[in-house]
Design a protein around this ligand. Structure first.
Ligand code: SF4
Length: 483
């Protein structure tokens, strides 16, 4: 990744990380394909639904405090923004911060603009965002329409940054470019690294960058135990925090799929070491995470005592939870690395993982540690998973797998999957806020949530009796997952 920030666009995950969108087999088989960087299956020739990199870019840009976002797109690409507004407001409140609204406008590219170009509309939209919101910075998100006609967003951003005197950050997140919508995270981060992050003037030795979504403040107490403090990025951070994240002692993430790109560039181009340990989900991974951060921050003399005390503290409740959850079977449905995090987590509660689906799979990660794999780490901790799939939320495939493995409950990272599960009579945990599941306390909390959840089994079974899916038995009996 030499000189990653020297180019306008980050390379898409499909080629950079050899991302794949389809697989069905054992977790260990996928890991072997990944180790060899060999594509395990053909792509789907048919999809029921999809998502867009623009949405993932928006989860980075829309939540920067003080920013405004211009969608240089037709109005339809802009439709997700109101949902993101509610999430931002509530997350700020939950973290004890002043709440704020997402501030975005759409240039509303029309058919005519795709012939004559839409740059005037873009300039007008940037000016409108500046006048209306008085932002500290403006992100311009590209779209399929803008990308296909080749609107020169970079030049407009540079010209208007000079004219308005604030950073204007182009984000190249056209949905057609990549099948892996997580590419949008990288596009958002790339813009910030190129146009906002500054070369560090000093090092803040107790500051740990935490790349997360809109989560509550669970990392302050975790890091305080070894005398450190979190720097939450990017959602809810302001411009100054983004500028100076390069001064942190190290960078880590709640999910490697989310943070692989930015933590690597911060290490390679800004000298901020990346924490080469799995995210802190489950006991062993939390231990390793603590040890690696302690090594990077000179806290090795105290970390073992903290780990020992924490194990002792949680053990009585953990033993109780394991007794109560014994024999339960779970199916996990989440983004790539976060599904692996959940595997590590529920294994420590004694729950059996009967199936797992990840929304895509990166066969490698960024940086010199490219062969590091959260999939392998999960297999090491939780064992192999027989029914492992990679599937970007295709409902007919999900239903097929769930009917086959019949889990007692599911943990899902995306809300729409809870509805499918409910229609099948399966209770599910919506893992929307993932900071709360981190660390030793996150393990106990997850156990308590499962305990409460399974009480809903009976009502959901009744609901399922009255539900009909449109799929025929013939369709669901087909051997292949992607027809
Ligand atoms: S950028 Fe492209 S894929 Fe994304 S919402 Fe707009 S048209 Fe759809």
């Amino acid at each position: 990744m030499a000189n990653a920030t020297g180019v306008a666009e980050v390379e898409i995950r499909d080629t950079r990380l050899k991302s794949i969108m389809a697989f069905h087999g054992k977790a260990s088989e996928l890991q072997e394909f990944s180790r060899q960087l060999k594509k395990p299956a053909a792509d789907r020739c048919f999809t029921q639904c999809s998502d867009c990199a623009q949405m993932c870019a928006g989860t980075v840009t829309n939540h920067v405090r003080g920013s405004a976002v211009v969608y240089h797109s037709p109005m339809g690409c802009f439709a997700n923004t109101p949902v993101q507004n509610e999430a931002t407001y509530n997350a700020a409140l939950a973290r004890g911060l002043e709440p704020f609204d997402v501030r975005s406008v759409c240039s509303n590219i029309s058919e005519k603009d795709t012939i004559y170009g839409g740059l005037k509309k873009l300039r007008d939209a940037v000016k409108l965002a500046y006048d209306r919101f008085v932002p500290t910075c403006i992100f311009i998100q590209s779209s399929c329409a803008a990308g296909i006609v080749g609107d020169d967003i970079e030049s407009v951003a540079d010209e208007m940054a000079e004219e308005l005197g604030i950073p204007i950050v182009p984000v190249f997140c056209e949905g057609f470019k990549s099948k892996a919508w997580s590419t949008g995270f990288d596009a958002g981060y790339h813009g910030i690294l190129r146009k906002i992050a500054q070369k560090p003037e000093k090092r803040q030795k107790d500051l740990v960058n935490i790349f997360n979504f809109l989560g509550t403040d669970t990392f302050t107490p975790m890091l305080a135990k070894i005398g450190l403090r979190p720097n939450y990025l990017v959602p809810l951070a302001d411009l100054e925090t983004l500028r100076t994240m390069t001064e942190a002692a190290c960078s880590t993430e709640v999910c490697e799929t989310l943070g692989t790109y930015i933590t690597t560039v911060l290490e390679e181009e800004f000298g901020v070491p990346k924490v080469h340990a799995p995210s802190p989900y489950g006991i062993k991974w939390t231990d390793e995470w603590y040890r690696e951060i302690a090594r990077l921050t000179g806290k090795t003399d105290i970390v073992e005592k903290v780990i020992e005390e924490e194990h002792k503290r949680i053990q009585p409740e953990l033993d109780e939870l394991k007794k109560e959850l014994a024999g339960l079977k779970v199916y996990i449905y989440a983004g790539d690395s976060y599904a692996h995090n959940l595997g590590s987590l529920v294994h420590d509660l004694g729950v059996e993982i009967v199936g797992m689906t990840t929304l895509h799979h990166d066969m490698k990660i960024d940086g010199e540690d490219a062969q590091h794999s959260t999939l392998q780490e999960m297999i090491d901790v939780a064992g192999d998973i027989e029914e492992f799939t990679v599937c970007n939320k295709q409902p007919y495939e999900v239903i097929k797998h769930l009917k086959k493995v019949k889990p007692d409950f599911m943990i899902v990272r995306h809300m729409n999957m809870t509805i499918l599960a409910a229609k099948l009579g399966i209770p599910s945990i919506f893992e929307g806020e993932i900071n709360v599941s981190a660390g030793y306390d996150g393990l106990l909390l997850t156990g308590r949530r499962i305990k409460d959840l399974i009480k809903a089994k009976k009502i959901l079974a009744t609901l399922a009796e009255y539900n009909e899916f449109p799929y025929t038995d013939w369709w669901l009996d087909q051997e292949e997952n992607y027809i």
